[in-house]
Design a binder for this molecule. Structure first.
Ligand SMILES: N[C@@H](CCC(=O)N[C@@H](CS)C(=O)NCC(=O)O)C(=O)O
Length: 260
C-alpha cells in the first residue's frame, strides 16, 4: 500500500520517553506533519495496543502503523525521498543502521534504567514530567496510579541498586566508545553528515544528559538527587556528552526542505 503523504500522522508517545523523542526528532527534521498524542505510562497501552503495538512511540499514518522507533525513522526518511537519515551509499547505510541498533539495544535501556533508579522516588517532578500534555482524565488519574506505575517500572526493568550501577557502567562504556570514534575530530559519527546514528545517540542519551532544546519532558537538573546531578555533569563533560548536546543545540530544530 502506498502511503498517503497528505494524511496527517499521529505519534503516540509518553512525554518523557527518549525513544519517542527519537521518532519526534526525525518527524520534525523531515517535516512530516503529525499530531502528537501523549499518554501517561500504563494507560499508553490503550492507545498502542489498538494500533497493533505495545511500547511507544507508535506512528499512525493513513493505513500504516509503525510500532518501533527505527521503523518510524526509516519510514519518515522514505516519505521524504530517502537519503537524509540513512546515506544512499549501501556500506555507509549499513554502518548507520548497525550503530542505531546498538544504541537502541544498549544505550536506550541502560540510560533509562539508571535514570529511573534515581528519579522514581522524586514523586512530584515525576508526576509533572509524566503527565505533560496528556488527556485531562489521565492527568487527573495520575496521582492515584503513580505508586503502582513506579512499582511496575521497577519490576519490569528489574531495577535494583546493583542493576542500576551496572547500567551506569554500560552507559559510561558506550560514551567512551563514542569518545573514541570522535577522537579524529569528525563532526558526525558516520560520514560527513548528520544521520540516524547521531540522532539515535543524542536522543537515547537524553535521560543521562537532561538536554535542553528537545521535545521530551525531563526533570531540571536541580530536581535530580545530588549524586545523579554530579554524574550527569561528568557525562556532559565527555566528548560524547558534548557531542550529544551540540546535536541538540545545532540539529534538533533544523527542518529539511521537502526533496520531492
Ligand atoms: N524498540 C522500541 C523501544 C521503545 C520503548 O522501550 N519504549 C518504552 C518507553 S521509553 C515503553 O513504551 N515502555 C512501556 C511499554 O513497553 O509498554 C522502539 O525503538 O520504539
Amino acid at each position: 500500500m502506498h502511503p498517503n503523504p497528505a494524511a496527517q500522522a499521529i505519534l503516540i508517545t509518553m512525554p518523557h520517553s527518549h525513544y519517542a523523542e527519537k521518532a519526534r526528532w526525525a518527524l520534525d527534521r523531515l517535516a512530516l506533519p503529525y499530531r502528537e498524542e501523549p499518554h501517561v505510562p500504563l494507560l499508553h497501552r490503550f492507545a498502542t495496543v489498538r494500533r497493533g503495538g505495545r511500547s511507544v512511540p507508535v506512528l499512525v499514518h493513513g493505513a500504516h502503523r509503525l510500532t518501533d522507533s527505527s521503523d518510524i525513522l526509516a519510514y519518515a526518511d522514505f516519505l521524504h525521498g530517502g537519503g537524509e537519515l540513512y546515506p544512499g551509499n549501501a556500506e555507509l547505510k549499513r554502518e548507520v543502521q548497525a550503530l542505531e541498533e546498538r544504541f537502541d539495544m544498549e544505550l536506550g535501556p541502560h540510560a533509562r534504567r539508571w535514570a529511573y533508579a534515581q528519579l522514581l522516588p522524586q514523586r512530584r517532578p515525576l508526576r509533572r514530567v509524566m503527565s505533560r500534555g496528556v488527556p485531562r482524565l489521565e492527568a487527573i488519574l495520575m496521582p492515584m496510579i503513580l505508586p503502582g506505575v513506579a512499582r511496575l517500572i521497577r519490576s519490569a526493568l528489574r531495577i535494583t541498586p546493583q542493576s542500576a550501577q551496572s547500567s551506569l557502567e554500560r552507559v559510561r562504556g558506550l560514551f567512551a566508545e563514542v569518545d573514541e570514534r570522535l577522537r579524529d575530530g569528525r563532526a558526525f559519527l558516520i560520514g560527513e553528515r548528520f544521520t540516524a546514528a547521531d540522532l539515535s545517540f543524542a536522543a537515547l542519551a537524553g535521560p543521562v544528559l537532561f538536554p535542553e532544546g528537545g521535545g521530551a519532558a525531563y526533570f531540571t537538573l536541580d530536581e535530580a538527587p545530588q549524586s545523579m546531578r554530579e554524574e550527569v555533569l561528568r557525562l556532559r563533560d565527555t566528548e560524547a556528552g558534548r557531542f550529544a548536546l551540540r546535536l541538540f543545540s545545532q540539529e534538533r530544530r533544523k527542518v529539511l526542505g521537502d526533496s520531492a
